[in-house]
Ligand binder design. Structure first.
Ligand SMILES: Cc1ncc(COP(=O)(O)O)c(C=O)c1O
Length: 344
């Protein structure tokens, strides 16, 4: 039987060995519970170093929890969350943000690929009845970095969106399910894509890039952090054995390992796309991270499936390919060889 090559999602990969070693390393003796331990304190220091300023970090088990709880701390009960219409928070999180944010609606804006533009945000503001108690008031802007379709926003693009949002009193959140891949693709500092650009809360994203069960909310705002302490507890996201969550995230961020993992995932995608381009297949939009959407006729996609490639058909004529920290050059080359073989 042909060994399948898995390009379905970065969630299908296992955990980075260094994360498992870190878990084993904290699995001895006893430690104070609920995050009152040394490993959690070390993680707090580590996050502040990585982001070059005092920051608060809260471990959670999923990107959905990070988004919903982070956004809930930014949005008043009468507020609305502004996002791209294809944002994961809007279409793939079962209204978790609305549930945790007192019913806040998500205002999805159109835009090429899954990119938000200042024009679209300005148009949304222009049609808002500011101060009208009959209307939810846009209160938070959430931007996905890297985008759901594998593009990245440059730091000045995030800055322009955040500046516009803040000019109308909105707070700014980043869904960083693939934040590491964006930082790696851009070669900039994590601070450049967050607080320096006006972002107050970040869903860090870590499970797709090497942890087992640890994602995180990072915030640079003390008041948001104070709220999150209670919001996480109410949502059941304060792990009693918090050191095991912190150990994963601490190992992940130490020595820039998270960026090394993301660079591997991005490089695997670049290699794959270079090979597919030779065969006439090009991503739309151009992908810079580890996820790509390609127009591929259904009969061709069916041959790729028969050749043992695992991937998702997003809609008729469009396939999504995703690489991870664990995707090897050999797997990419084998995938390309199989595509080539069924293209003849
Ligand atoms: C852009 C984006 N945000 C958030 C999430 C949510 O992560 P999780 O599935 O861990 O809840 C995902 C997962 O696919 C995602 O792609």
């Amino acid at each position: 039987m042909t060994t399948p090559i898995d390009l379905r999602s970065d969630n299908t990969a296992g955990a980075e060995p260094y994360v498992l070693e870190a878990l084993a390393a904290v699995n001895h003796g006893t430690a104070a519970s609920y995050g009152d331990d040394e490993v959690t304190a070390r993680l707090q220091r580590r996050v502040s170093e990585v982001f070059e300023r005092p920051a608060h970090v809260f471990g959670v088990v999923s990107g959905t929890a990070a988004n919903a709880l982070g956004l809930s701390a930014l949005c008043p009960p009468w507020g609305a969350v502004v996002c791209h219409e294809s944002a994961h928070v809007a279409v793939n999180e079962a209204a978790a943000t609305s549930m945790f944010a007192d019913g806040a609606p998500l205002l999805g804006l159109a835009g090429e690929g899954s990119r938000l533009t200042t024009d679209a945000v300005a148009a949304c503001f222009a049609r808002t009845g500011w101060g009208d108690p009959h209307q939810s008031q846009p209160s938070v802007l959430t931007v996905t970095q890297a985008t759901e379709m594998g593009e990245v926003y440059e730091p000045d693009e995030i800055g322009a969106l955040a500046e516009l949002a803040r000019s109308r009193g909105l707070r700014v959140h980043l869904d960083g399910a693939r934040f590491a891949n964006a930082v790696a693709a851009l070669g900039c500092a994590p601070a450049d894509l967050t607080w320096r650009a006006g972002v107050e809360v970040l869903s860090l994203g870590a499970t797709k890039n090497g942890t087992v069960t640890a994602d995180a909310i990072v915030t640079f705002d003390d008041d948001v952090a104070a709220q999150l302490t209670y919001r996480l507890k109410r949502a059941g996201h304060v792990a009693s054995k918090g050191r095991f969550v912190a150990a994963q995230l601490d190992a992940y961020l130490a020595e820039d390992r998270w960026l090394a993992s993301a660079r591997r995932a991005n490089a695997a995608m670049a290699r794959l796309l270079a090979g597919l381009a030779e065969l006439g297949h090009h991503p739309q939009p151009a992908a810079r991270a580890n996820i790509a959407f390609l127009p591929v006729p259904d009969d061709v996609a069916a041959r790729w499936v028969d050749a043992g490639l695992l991937f998702y058909g997003i809609e008729p004529g469009v396939v999504r390919l995703v690489t991870s920290w664990a995707t090897t050059d050999a797997e990419v080359d084998e995938a390309l060889a199989r595509v080539r073989a069924v293209s003849r």
